[in-house]
Design a protein around this ligand. Structure first.
Ligand code: KIV
Length: 294
């Protein structure tokens, strides 16, 4: 049963999700489902099974391009990925992740780059990492007419500066700072906030403290929605499996099995078979003397 069947709404009846629907979903306590996608086929599948939103995450740099971190990712790298995802999705809200240094330098630069995600990447919103220190940027982008999703807790682009991938909100002081971060983003006009690797208790407090939906990743059960990196769900990223992610498939093994079989069949000469080949008409073939062929 897919997400559409679960909600009792067929794809034909589904309407395109907007940022306004995100806040309605929070008000109606309907859990928001978000997943990353980096290509046309997985965007088509995610949209078809009924996810509410697709994030073209800068995690693309790690899980697809093989970078060690998300820091090297550029706007130029993400734009064609956004376009491919856009071609596959007709219902989900599409969000482009602004890469490191594409929004921090100045408000003007942030608006210009966010605009590229909308105009060239054909996304409908952008995500910006950072709490109160990025609130002025989130405000400028959102005031320019581009919906912004905030992102606090572990922010991979600045993880090294903030002590790595440590769970946030483990004590009252850091918990209070997270609430302040969330509130400054809310005031800046974001339409939602990703909470990454925040203790379940603090994620719950933040979710109650702000009017915009919270989308958790490694932040427990009380967020308004959840997001996961597609390759973690599919078992397709070999380097690291975060404890908070659930692997719903083991595609790495499936792919390995398929390619191993292909290699063996080519070497044995059992692929291609009769059904895979193209034939000439007998009359045409008879005109060719194979001995004359080079
Ligand atoms: O880049 C990404 O995939 C993300 C999610 C982890 C929220 O930022």
């Amino acid at each position: 049963m897919d997400g559409c069947e679960l909600s009792g709404i067929s794809n034909a009846e589904r309407k395109k999700l907007t940022v306004a629907d995100f806040s309605k979903m929070k008000a109606q306590r309907q859990r928001i489902v978000m997943v990353t996608s980096y290509d046309y086929p997985t965007s088509l599948i995610a949209d078809d099974v009924g996810v509410d939103s697709i994030l073209v995450g800068d995690s693309y740099g790690m899980v697809v391009l093989g970078y060690d971190t998300t820091i090297p990712v550029t706007v130029e790298e993400l734009l064609p990925v956004c376009q491919a995802v856009r071609r596959g999705a007709s219902h989900s809200l599409l969000i482009g992740d602004m890469p490191f240094l594409s929004f921090q330098i100045s408000e003007e630069d942030a608006i210009r780059n966010a605009g590229r995600f909308i105009k060239e990447g054909r996304m409908e919103a952008v995500k910006i990492e950072g709490g109160r220190e990025m609130a002025h940027i989130a405000k400028a982008v959102s005031n320019s007419g581009i919906p912004v999703l905030g992102h606090i807790g572990v922010t991979p682009q600045t993880a090294t500066l903030h002590g790595g991938y440590r769970v946030r909100g483990k004590n009252a002081d850091s918990g209070k700072r997270l609430v302040e971060d969330a509130k400054s983003l809310e005031e800046a006009g974001v339409f939602g906030i990703v909470l990454e690797m925040i203790t379940e208790e603090m994620a719950r407090v933040i979710t109650q403290a702000v009017s915009v939906p919270t989308i958790g990743i490694g932040s427990g059960r009380y967020c308004d929605g959840q997001v996961l990196v597609l390759h973690d769900i599919l078992g397709l990223y070999p380097r690291l499996v975060p404890r908070f992610a659930k692997r719903y498939a083991d595609l790495a093994s499936t792919i390995k099995g398929a390619v191993t079989e292909y290699v063996a069949e080519v070497r044995r000469g059992t692929f291609p078979e009769e059904k895979h080949v193209f034939k000439m008409d007998d009359t045409e073939r008879d005109k060719i003397d194979l001995r004359e062929m080079p």
